[in-house]
Ligand binder design. Structure first.
Ligand SMILES: Cc1cc2nc3c(=O)[nH]c(=O)nc-3n(C[C@H](O)[C@H](O)[C@H](O)COP(=O)(O)OP(=O)(O)OC[C@H]3O[C@@H](n4cnc5c(N)ncnc54)[C@H](O)[C@@H]3O)c2cc1C
Length: 48
């Protein structure tokens, strides 16, 4: 399941999202989702 949802401010993370199941994958998923949120916020504030 992708991190991004049809709702702009709802990003998913965890076992059922990319890159897959297991503790390491869940942590990676959370990191990737967090980075997506930070990138989006930076773009919103006009920073890249
Ligand atoms: C018995 C077992 C052994 C495992 N062994 C391993 C292993 O050796 N190595 C490995 O890599 N992986 C293992 N896994 C898999 C690993 O536990 C999961 O991949 C990982 O925990 C997923 O993390 P998560 O944060 O996505 O979900 P979870 O760890 O399941 O966290 C979800 C949290 O959300 C909470 N929650 C749920 N619904 C709500 C709600 N409505 N409101 C508020 N909170 C809610 C839950 O209580 C839970 O605390 C094992 C899994 C099981 C079941």
């Amino acid at each position: 399941m992708p991190h991004q949802t049809p709702f702009p401010n709802l990003v998913l993370a965890g076992n059922w999202t990319y890159p897959g199941t297991g503790q390491s994958a869940a942590v990676t998923s959370g990191h990737m989702a967090g980075m997506k949120i930070l990138a989006k916020e930076a773009a919103r504030q006009g920073r890249s």
